[in-house]
Design a protein around this ligand. Structure first.
Ligand SMILES: [Zn+2]
Length: 166
């Protein structure tokens, strides 16, 4: 996808994320959209820096780079939502365009899905909207259907054990 597609994807995804994370539709939702939207949109633009530095669709389009952005906030307490933008950039390139990306770079093989359209196709914008919708369905499913209570059970058991003084 071109820059326009990635910005559109980043902005639409952020609006959707704002409503998923804060469904009230009040000022709090708007604040969440801003909070998430700027870093996600910046992240969505980042991988194509490799059109100038390195090899396009390889150097900054791979899982090790994504891993850096996921780990960064834990190490430095900074850049919290940027990884979401980097990930959505990869998804849009893999699903939305004909050419794939080198997910396991420096291994040079590019991986794509046979559903994409040419970057210059007049359907590229529609494709971007459809893929963004798909991403939001996946995120909503994870947020709303993950049994967070069950997942927190581990922590509760640990607290219980501590309370018992064992
Ligand atoms: Zn790209």
């Amino acid at each position: 996808m071109n820059k326009k597609g990635h910005v559109m994807n980043g902005v639409l995804l952020s609006i959707g994320l704002g409503y998923i994370l804060e469904p009230s539709g009040t000022e709090a939702t708007f604040v969440t959209i801003l909070e998430v939207g700027l870093p996600v949109t910046l992240g969505a633009l980042f991988p194509d820096v490799d059109t100038e530095f390195g090899k396009h669709r390889k150097t900054l389009h791979n899982l090790p780079v994504l891993g850096l952005f996921v780990a960064f906030p834990y190490v430095f307490g900074n850049l919290e939502f940027v990884w979401i933008g980097v990930l959505t950039h990869y998804v849009l390139d893999v699903m939305g365009s004909k050419r794939g990306i080198a997910l396991f770079y420096p291994y040079p093989q590019e991986f794509g899905l046979p559903v994409g359209v040419a970057v210059k196709s007049k359907h590229a914008d529609l494709m971007t909207v459809v893929i963004t919708g798909f991403e939001l369905v996946v995120v909503a499913a994870i947020v709303f259907y993950t049994p967070w209570d069950t997942l927190e059970l581990g922590g509760s058991i640990q607290q219980g054990i501590q309370a018992l003084g064992v």
